[in-house]
Design a protein around this ligand. Sequence first.
Ligand SMILES: Nc1ncnc2c1ncn2[C@@H]1O[C@H](COP(=O)(O)OP(=O)(O)OP(=O)(O)O)[C@@H](O)[C@H]1O
Length: 361
Amino acid sequence: MPPAIETADLVKEYGDLRALQELSLTVEEGEFFGLLGPNGAGKTTFINTLVGLVRKTGGEARVFGYDVETEYQQARDAIGVAPQEFNVDRFFPIKEVLQHKAGYHGIPEEEAAERADEVLKRVGIYDKRNERFDWLSGGMKRRLLLARALVTDPDLLILDEPTAGVDVQLRHDLWDLVTELNEEGTTILLTTHYIEEAERLCDRVAIMNEGRKVTVATPDDLKTRGTDTISVRLESSITSSAAADLESELAAYAHGVEPSPAGDGLDVRVDDGGSSAPRLLNDLEARGYEIADLEISRTSLEEIFVDLTRSEDRTVTRSSASDAEDAVDDVDNENDETEAMEADTGDETAEPSEPEQGGVV
Ligand SMILES: Nc1ncnc2c1ncn2[C@@H]1O[C@H](COP(=O)(O)OP(=O)(O)OP(=O)(O)O)[C@@H](O)[C@H]1O
C-alpha cells in the first residue's frame, strides 16, 4: 500500500511569497500525524494542495499513490477534510448539506441519507439535523465540519485546527472521536496550535516553519531535544561572579550556570538532568557549597517548538524579465484559487470544477 500522503520537493509560490519550500513529507497509512507550525507556516497551503484547492508551483504530491492533480478525483475521494474556516452552505438543513456532499462523491441518494444520519449521530448533533448551519452554536458548527468530512467514509481525514476556540468538553469529545477513528484504521493529518493536543494524539509530528519542514519526530523524541534545568537551592547565597566561575569549571556537562532569581541558589542547564544531578552535587560539595534542595525541570515541548521555529526570509528572488512574467501568471493563478475557495465557501452543490480551476472540498 502506498503512503497516505507523499510529497517530494513540493513548492507553492503566491506571487513573491514561497508558502511551501521544497517540502518532502511522508505520512504512512494508519498514522495519526500532526502538522505544527506558527501562523503562516504553510500548513493550510499544504492541505489545500492535497485537496486540489491550491495548484502547486513545483514538486509532487500523492494521496494513497494518486497524483493530486493528474489523478485528482481518486485522490480527492480518499480524503475527508474539516477545514479551519466554516465553509458550509448556510441555507440548507445540515442533513441535506451532508447528503449533497456524499452525492458529490458519487454516493447514491438512499445511502447518502443513511450515512448523513450515521455521522450526525456520531458527532452528537443528530437532533439538529433539520436545522440550518447558521442556527448552530460554534461548537456544533465544528462538529458539523467533522461530520461532513466523515460522510464519505474517507481513508484520510484531514483536520485543520479542529479544536480552535472550542470549549474543554468538546475538545475532549473530538479527541475521543478522532482517536477512535484512527484506531479503526483512518489515517489522520491534524494541524494544531495546541502542542498538548499534538503530544496527546499524534504518533509523529512534523514541525513546519516558513514553508519548510524543520523536523519530523515522535513527540517523545522531540522532548529529548531540549535541555533540562537543575535548580539547586543552597544554604548560603551566591554571587553572579561565583556563578560565572562555576560555569567555566562545570563546562564539561553544564551549558549554563546562573544564580536563581531569588539569589539563594543556581539554575544549571544540562542535557539530561537525571544523569547529571549526582555529578553536579559532588562538584558543588567539593567546592564547599551546602545543598538545601534540588529540582529538575524538563524543557517543555512548547519551548522546543518555539526554539525550532525562528523566522527567516522566504521571499522569492526574481532576477529576469521572464521571471517577472511568471509572477504575473502566478497572480492569475491566485485569482483562480481565490475563486475556487470562494465557491467552496458557498454552495457545495455547485458543479465541481476541474482541479486546474480549483477543486471543491
Ligand atoms: N491565496 C493566497 N494568496 C497569497 N498568499 C497566501 C494565500 N494563501 C496563503 N498565503 C500566504 O502563505 C503563507 C502560508 O499561509 P497558510 O495559511 O498556509 O499558513 P498556516 O500555517 O496555515 O497559518 P495559520 O496557522 O495562521 O492558519 C502565509 O504567509 C499566507 O499569508
